[in-house]
Design a protein around this ligand. Structure first.
Ligand code: HEC
Length: 194
């Protein structure tokens, strides 16, 4: 009898420990901060959403043609999995836009373009700590940490993302697998549709 009861107690303690571990791990890959500064994430181990090539948002200025850059977008895995369930982004979402220069005619390559060095790193984080709709923008560049953009540095980011992002201020219309999910879940609010 005593043996049975202590086995049951051990079982209970084990279940409690498991659930504590689970709650401590709600977003182990979520944003990490040093005070108010966002720490540079290990985003290259995250979920790849899409690459844009030479995307521009102003009329093209043919007088100064520039080689097109790739924009690689990554999501932290826990936010990605939540998006698959709900069609939108949870608290503690981290989306990374890695801008890479491109080149042609290197090695055996004769046509088309391949990716080269990192030319920029911008980050979009959803976290209740920022208030409002929860989103904040960061220009990480080559730094190890960055403060949230504020004032006139962030107003153009906010305006374009809010007006044109198809799901909750993000450009899901350009992330093809998530676009299908958002359509299926009914969270695709339009933005400017592809
Ligand atoms: C004129 C419109 C426009 C402005 C201004 C803009 N973005 Fe974006 N942003 C986009 C588009 C379009 C994408 C999708 C890129 C792709 O598919 O490669 C994007 C994607 C992103 C992403 C990937 C996650 C997401 O939200 O979809 C981040 C991070 C990002 N932008 C950061 C910024 C930051 C930081 C600023 C301001 C410094 C900014 N953006 C300003 C249009 C804009």
């Amino acid at each position: 009898m005593a043996l049975k009861r202590s086995a049951a107690l051990i079982g209970l303690a084990y279940a409690a420990a498991l659930s504590m571990a689970a709650s401590a791990q709600t977003a182990p890959d979520g944003p990490r901060y040093n005070g108010t500064a966002l720490l540079r994430p290990q985003y290259r181990e995250w979920v790849f959403l899409a690459s844009g090539l030479g995307m521009t948002y102003q009329p093209i200025n043919d007088a100064q043609p520039r080689p097109p850059a790739f924009t690689n977008v990554f999501a932290n895995p826990s936010a990605y999995r939540a998006f698959l369930q709900s069609g939108t982004w949870p608290d503690k979402t981290v989306l990374v836009l890695e801008i890479r220069s491109s080149q042609s005619e290197g090695s055996i390559n004769k046509g088309g373009r391949f990716q080269t060095t990192v030319a920029g790193l911008e980050i979009h984080v959803k976290d209740a700590r920022f208030g409002g709709n929860g989103w904040a923008f960061f220009n990480m560049g080559a730094k190890t940490q960055a403060e949230p953009l504020t004032g006139s540095d962030v107003s153009k980011c906010v305006e374009c993302h809010a007006a044109n992002g198809a799901v909750d201020n993000t450009f899901v219309q350009f992330y093809p697998t998530l676009l299908d999910v958002a359509r299926a879940k009914g969270t695709f609010t339009g933005g400017r549709n592809p």
